[in-house]
Design a protein around this ligand. Structure first.
Ligand code: ADP
Ligand code: MG
Length: 257
């Protein structure tokens, strides 16, 4: 079961009509200065299962604040957020931990790998918390190896982060984000620290995952990176100022592999 996501038969997006993400009138207000700062200003948005969405906007426009709320890493000051139809604001501590650990994968600009652990150990880390499933150490390792193979790192299992290139480190982070088979992947500037060749490799992996049915929301300020998504949302001053199809669409959509 664990290897399903990483093998080629496509996991078709389900016909389920409940959006994977629905936010209504989200606001995040910081009262640090004389004037309250609206990092998010009444954002409403639906994202359907299977979409690949890019969020763009200048620095300070609220992109990371939105991603942190979507990843349940931060609470909104006002508004509502439903993940797969369930209101996140009403979840208890355990449900929130499960959401962050299992239902959502998060990728950051700075990879956030543990430096003393090997690639394999980094990827195995989130599975540890799945106590309810009582998976064996062997199964955990198998699933983690499959995840690393799916991002082309089957030959780097025992390397530590400082023995890997930036692009390879980000691929380890993607494997770690996917190992619990989340339905939603959030990526905040995943190519922000990478050269253009590594960026292109990361985008190819994200597109492959999206074709396999993973919903992706990705922040970027590079328009060529955003063109890999099917939909581009622009933010300014905490608000959504435009939302539409990408110009070239998902440019590899027609390719079989
Ligand atoms: P982006 O990711 O688009 O660059 P952010 O979401 O990080 O923007 O920030 C949006 C706005 O909120 C910015 O003006 C930023 O300075 C402010 N902000 C973010 N986090 C905090 C915080 N913890 N306290 C006060 N202001 C913050
Ligand atoms: Mg940011």
């Amino acid at each position: 079961m664990q290897s399903q996501m990483f093998s080629s038969p496509l996991n078709q997006p389900s016909a389920d009509s409940v959006p994977i993400i629905r936010v209504e009138q989200l606001a995040k207000i910081y009262d640090t200065g004389e004037v309250p700062l609206r990092a998010l200003d009444r954002v409403s948005l639906d994202i359907a299962r299977g979409e690949f969405v890019a969020i763009m906007g200048h620095s300070g426009s609220g992109k990371s604040t939105l991603m942190n709320v979507l990843g349940a890493l931060d609470h909104p000051t006002e508004g509502h957020y439903w993940l797969e139809g369930e209101e996140v604001g009403e979840m208890d501590v355990e449900e929130l931990a499960d959401l962050r650990n299992r239902r959502i994968g998060f990728i950051f600009q700075s990879f956030n790998l543990l430096p003393r652990l090997t690639a394999l150990q980094n990827v195995m880390l989130p599975i540890r918390y799945r106590v309810e499933n009582r998976i064996s150490a062997e199964e955990r390792e198998e699933a983690s190896i499959a995840a690393l193979e799916s991002v082309g790192l089957g030959d780097r299992l025992y390397h530590r982060p400082n023995q890997l290139s930036g692009g390879q480190q980000q691929r380890v982070a993607i494997a770690r984000a996917l190992v619990n088979q989340p339905s939603l992947l959030l990526a905040d500037e995943p190519t922000g620290n990478l050269d253009s060749k590594s960026s292109e490799e990361i985008m190819e992996i994200l597109q492959k995952l999206n074709r396999q049915g993973v919903t992706i929301v990705m922040v970027t300020h590079e328009s060529d990176v955003a063109q890999h998504a099917g939909r581009i949302i622009n933010m300014k001053d905490g608000k959504i100022i435009s939302d539409g199809h990408a110009k070239r669409g998902n440019k590899n959509q027609e390719r079989t592999q």
